[in-house]
Design a protein around this ligand. Structure first.
Ligand SMILES: [Zn+2]
Ligand SMILES: [Zn+2]
Length: 425
C-alpha cells in the first residue's frame, strides 16, 4: 500500500501535449484545492521538506517552471507531498544540461484568453500553459493570437499569479475573468516560435535521446559545418549572435540561449526539439533559397542593425503601408523603397507582393483608360478648329493644337485620330 498523500493528488492538466500545464499553475491550483493562500502553501511545503529556507521566501520570485534548481526542487517536493510523480514534466528542468536558466523566464506574466475560456467552457479548471512561462513565446499557436498581459476588467498587469490568493484564470487584483480579454492575431514570426516551443513541450515526455552537456558541442559542430562550412563567425552572424558568444559555447562550454536554439532551428530547417536534442539523423543543410529569415522578436539578442531584408516582420508592415497609399506603387517600386530585390518580396512576402502587384495592374488599366479618354476629348475639341480652317485632321495638325503631354500619354494615336474623324456629327 502506498501511503496516503499529504496534499491532494491533483492530476496535472495537458501533460504530454502542447497544452501542458506549468508547475506554477499546478502549485496555484493545489492551494485552491486546499483552500489556502499560495503563500501559506509555499510555507507548508518548505517546512515539510525540512529545507533551510529564509522565512521571507517569496515563491513568486522563483521560476517554478524553468530549468533552474528551483524548478527541479519544487517539482520533487510537490511530487513527494501529492504522490503524483513526474511533476518535473511541468517544468523545463529536464533541459538544464543544455539550456541556461538565465533569460528563460518571460518578463511579464501573460496568457491566452481563448485557452482560459475554452478550459472554463469545457468544465475543467482553467490553468496556465508551460509555454507561457517560456520567454521567447509571445503567442498561442493553437489560437493564433498574441498572448495578453493586461486584465480586461481592471487594466492592470502582473495580475495572473501575483497575489496571496491565486485562482488560475481570474485576476488576482479585481477577480475578473482573464479569459474575457480581447486578442489580436499573432505575427507569423511569433507563431513560428510558439509552434516550435509548444511542439518541444509536447515531446518532453519522450525521454529517449535526452541531451547531455556534451550534446551542445556536437550540435554546434554539425550546424557550423553544415551551414557555414566550418566558419563559426558566419554562423554567429547567421543566427544573430555575437562572434564571441559562439566562441564561448565552443571553447568554454557555454550553453546557447533558447533564442539561439530557435535561430539554429530556423536556419537548419529543423524543429527546435530536434536541434535542442542534437538529433541530426538524416539532416541535409537547406539551400539558401529555402531558408526563412525571421525576426525572433523582443527580448532577444538578435542584432538590431542586421540588414533590413532580414527583418521580414518589419518589412511586411511597410508593405501593408504601401497597400494603403492613395497612389498605388508597383512591386518593383516597393522593392526599390525597401532596398530589396522585388523577387524576394514575392518569395518572402508572397501574399502582400501579389496584392501590391494586382493593385498596380488595376491602377495602370485605369490610368490607361483615363489618358485615352482625356486625349479623345482634346481631339474632339480640336477637330472643328482644324477642319474649319480647311486643314487635314492628321497627327501633324493635331500636334499644333493638343498639348504634347496629353498625346505622349497615349499609345496608338493614329488609331485614336481615325476614331474621332469617323465619329458621326
Ligand atoms: Zn490559446
Ligand atoms: Zn483585474
Amino acid at each position: 500500500m502506498t501511503p496516503r498523500s499529504t496534499l491532494h493528488a491533483l492530476e496535472p492538466m495537458g501533460q504530454g501535449t502542447a497544452q501542458c500545464e506549468s508547475l506554477l499553475s499546478y502549485f496555484c491550483r493545489l492551494a485552491v484545492s486546499h483552500s489556502v493562500s499560495t503563500t501559506d502553501l509555499a510555507k507548508f511545503v518548505v517546512d515539510r521538506a525540512g529545507h533551510d529556507i529564509r522565512r521571507d521566501f517569496v515563491w513568486q520570485q522563483r521560476n517554478l517552471s524553468g530549468v533552474g534548481e528551483s524548478a527541479r526542487t519544487w517539482a520533487a517536493w510537490l511530487s513527494e507531498l501529492t504522490g503524483v510523480g513526474n511533476l518535473d514534466a511541468l517544468t523545463l528542468s529536464a533541459w538544464s544540461a543544455v539550456l541556461p536558466s538565465r533569460g528563460l523566464a518571460p518578463r511579464r506574466s501573460h496568457w491566452c484568453p481563448h485557452c482560459l475560456r475554452e478550459d472554463k467552457e469545457s468544465g475543467s479548471p482553467p490553468y496556465f500553459r508551460l509555454s507561457w512561462e517560456v520567454g521567447p513565446v509571445q503567442a498561442c499557436y493553437r489560437h493564433k493570437v498574441a498572448l495578453v498581459e493586461t486584465c480586461p476588467h481592471c487594466n492592470e498587469v502582473h495580475v495572473r499569479h501575483h497575489g496571496g490568493i491565486v485562482v488560475p484564470g481570474w485576476c488576482t487584483r479585481c477577480g475578473g475573468f482573464l479569459g474575457d480579454a480581447d486578442t489580436i492575431p499573432a505575427e507569423p514570426p511569433a507563431l513560428w516560435v510558439a509552434r516550435q516551443v509548444e511542439d518541444w513541450i509536447a515531446h518532453q515526455m519522450n525521454t529517449s535521446g535526452m541531451p547531455e552537456a556534451t550534446t551542445v558541442l556536437a550540435t554546434l559542430d554539425a550546424l557550423i559545418l553544415g551551414l557555414d562550412a566550418g566558419r563559426y563567425a558566419s554562423f554567429a552572424r547567421r543566427i544573430g549572435q555575437a562572434k564571441s558568444t559562439v566562441h564561448g559555447w565552443l571553447k568554454k562550454g557555454g550553453q546557447p540561449s533558447l533564442v539561439a536554439y530557435l535561430g539554429m532551428a530556423l536556419h537548419a530547417g529543423l524543429s527546435l526539439d530536434h536541434v535542442i536534442r542534437g538529433d541530426f539523423a538524416g539532416w541535409k543543410p537547406p539551400t539558401p533559397a529555402e531558408q526563412l529569415v525571421l525576426d525572433l522578436g523582443a527580448g532577444t539578442h538578435v542584432k538590431r542593425d542586421a540588414p533590413r531584408e532580414h527583418d521580414w516582420s518589419a518589412m511586411r508592415k511597410e508593405l501593408e503601408g504601401f497597400l494603403k497609399l492613395p497612389d498605388p506603387i508597383s512591386v518593383a517600386e516597393a522593392g526599390r523603397r525597401l532596398g530589396v530585390d522585388d523577387r524576394h518580396l514575392y518569395l518572402r512576402a508572397n501574399d502582400l507582393a501579389r496584392s501590391l502587384g494586382e493593385r498596380w495592374k488595376q491602377h495602370m488599366l485605369r490610368q490607361k483608360t483615363l489618358h485615352r479618354d482625356l486625349a479623345k476629348s482634346h481631339l474632339r475639341a480640336a477637330y472643328p478648329e482644324i477642319t474649319n480652317a480647311g486643314r487635314p485632321f492628321n497627327l501633324t495638325e493635331v500636334r499644333q493644337v493638343v498639348p504634347a503631354a496629353v498625346l505622349s500619354a497615349v499609345e496608338g494615336m493614329f488609331g485614336l485620330i481615325q476614331e474621332v474623324r469617323d465619329e458621326p456629327g
